[in-house]
Design a protein around this ligand. Structure first.
Ligand SMILES: Cc1cc2nc3c(=O)[nH]c(=O)nc-3n(C[C@H](O)[C@H](O)[C@H](O)COP(=O)(O)OP(=O)(O)OC[C@H]3O[C@@H](n4cnc5c(N)ncnc54)[C@H](O)[C@@H]3O)c2cc1C
Length: 304
C-alpha cells in the first residue's frame, strides 16, 4: 500500500519547484501514478510510506503541446490518450498514435504521461523508441536564486539504465521536445507474451520519408526497445538504407544484423530470432505508409 505523510498539489511550476527544493529525502513526484501505484501495490517496494508526494497534474505550464519551427514541445503532463484523440498531434507525430494504440488500455492512457514513461526508464517502456526516432530531448527545470532554470538533454543520454536517469533531486521534467514528422510514414511494432495490457518483450519504432518519385529513402529513423538495459537508435540500419531505392531485399539485408543488438539477460535466443523480423516489419509498414503520405501530398498539390 502507498501512503504519504504530506500530499501537495501545486498549481504553478514555480510552486512545484519550491516544494521539490525543500522536499525531504524519499519524497516523490507523481503525474498519472500508473507506475508509482503498482510499484507500491505489487510489493516490489513493500508497503511504502512516503514523506511527501508532489502531484504535478494541476500545473498548467506542464500541459498541452506547441509546434516550435521544426520541433514539437510536449508538456510533461501530456497523456497517451492525447496522441489518439488530437488529429493535429497525430499529423505532426505519426508514430505516436501507432504506439499509443498498443499502450495499456483506455483508462491507463487517460492518466499515463509520456514524461512519466521516460522517467520510469523501464527497458520495456514503449514510449522511448518513438521519442528516440524523433530525436527527442527532455527539458528539465529547477529553481536557482528563485528563478526557473531549464536545461535540455537528448533522451538517449537522459536514460542511463533500468530505472535510472539523469534527473537531479531538485529537478522536474517540464517537457519532451521532438521533431515534427508530417509526411513521414511511421510504424510501431510490439511483441509481448499476452494479448492484452502487454509489456513489450521487444518493440520497434520506425519513420520513413521518401523522395519525390516515391522510390528512394530520403530519411529514415529506427529505434529498438526491450532488448537491453536502454532503448537504442539503430544508426547502422539507418545508414544502410539512406538514399537507397526501396526493395524487399534491401530492407531484409538492413534488418538481418539487428539480432546482434540483443543485450537482455532473459529470453535471449527468442529475442534474437524476433528482432530482425520486427525491424523488417516496421520498415515495410513505414515505407508503405510513406507512399500513401506521398500520394496524398501530390493529390493535394494537384488540387491546390
Ligand atoms: C495496467 C498498466 C498497463 C501498462 N501498460 C504499459 C504499456 O503498454 N507500455 C508501457 O510502456 N508502459 C505501460 N505501463 C506503465 C505506465 O503506464 C507508463 O510508464 C506511464 O507512461 C507512466 O506515466 P505516469 O504519468 O503514470 O507516471 P507516474 O507513475 O506518475 O510516475 C512515473 C515516474 O516518473 C516520475 N515523474 C512523473 N512525472 C514527472 C515529471 N514531470 N518530472 C519528473 N519526474 C516525473 C515519478 O516520480 C515516477 O518516478 C502500464 C501500467 C499499467 C498500470
Amino acid at each position: 500500500m502507498l501512503s504519504c505523510a504530506r500530499y501537495e498539489r501545486p498549481r504553478t511550476l514555480k510552486e512545484a519547484l519550491m516544494l521539490r527544493a525543500e522536499a525531504p529525502e524519499g519524497a516523490r513526484l507523481v503525474a498519472g501514478a500508473t507506475d508509482l501505484l503498482p510499484w507500491a501495490r505489487e510489493g516490489r517496494a513493500g508497503d511504502v510510506e512516503l514523506p511527501m508526494l508532489i502531484d504535478l497534474t494541476a500545473v498548467e505550464e506542464l500541459s498541452g503541446h506547441q509546434r516550435q519551427g521544426g520541433r514539437v514541445r510536449l508538456g510533461a503532463n501530456v497523456v497517451w490518450q492525447e496522441f489518439l484523440e488530437d488529429p493535429a498531434l497525430s499529423r505532426l507525430l505519426p508514430v505516436m498514435p501507432l504506439c499509443a494504440v498498443w499502450f495499456a488500455d483506455d483508462q491507463i492512457r487517460q492518466q499515463a504521461t509520456l514524461a512519466g514513461n521516460l522517467v520510469n526508464a523501464s527497458p520495456a517502456a514503449d514510449g522511448t523508441p518513438p521519442v528516440l526516432a524523433l530525436n527527442g530531448e527532455i527539458e528539465l527545470c529547477r529553481l536557482a536564486d528563485g528563478q526557473v532554470m531549464r536545461r535540455t538533454l537528448p533522451v538517449a543520454d537522459f536514460v542511463t539504465g533500468p530505472g535510472r536517469t539523469r534527473l537531479a533531486r531538485d529537478e522536474i521534467v517540464s517537457a519532451v521536445l521532438v521533431d515534427a514528422a508530417e509526411g513521414y510514414g511511421a510504424s510501431f511494432q510490439k511483441v509481448g507474451l499476452r494479448r492484452s495490457l502487454v509489456i513489450s518483450v521487444a518493440c520497434v519504432a520506425a519513420l520513413v520519408r521518401l523522395d519525390a518519385a516515391g522510390t528512394r529513402i530520403e530519411d529514415v529513423r529506427v529505434a529498438l526497445g526491450g532488448v537491453g538495459p536502454v532503448p537504442l537508435r539503430l544508426g547502422d540500419v539507418e545508414e544502410r538504407l539512406m538514399g537507397e531505392r526501396v526493395t524487399p531485399e534491401l530492407i531484409e539485408a538492413a534488418a538481418a544484423p539487428t539480432a546482434g543488438r540483443v543485450a537482455s539477460r532473459s529470453r535471449v535466443e527468442y529475442r534474437r530470432r524476433l528482432v530482425p523480423g520486427l525491424v523488417r516489419a516496421a520498415l515495410e509498414e513505414a515505407v508503405e505508409r510513406a507512399r500513401v503520405e506521398k500520394a496524398a501530398g501530390q493529390r493535394e498539390a494537384a488540387n491546390a
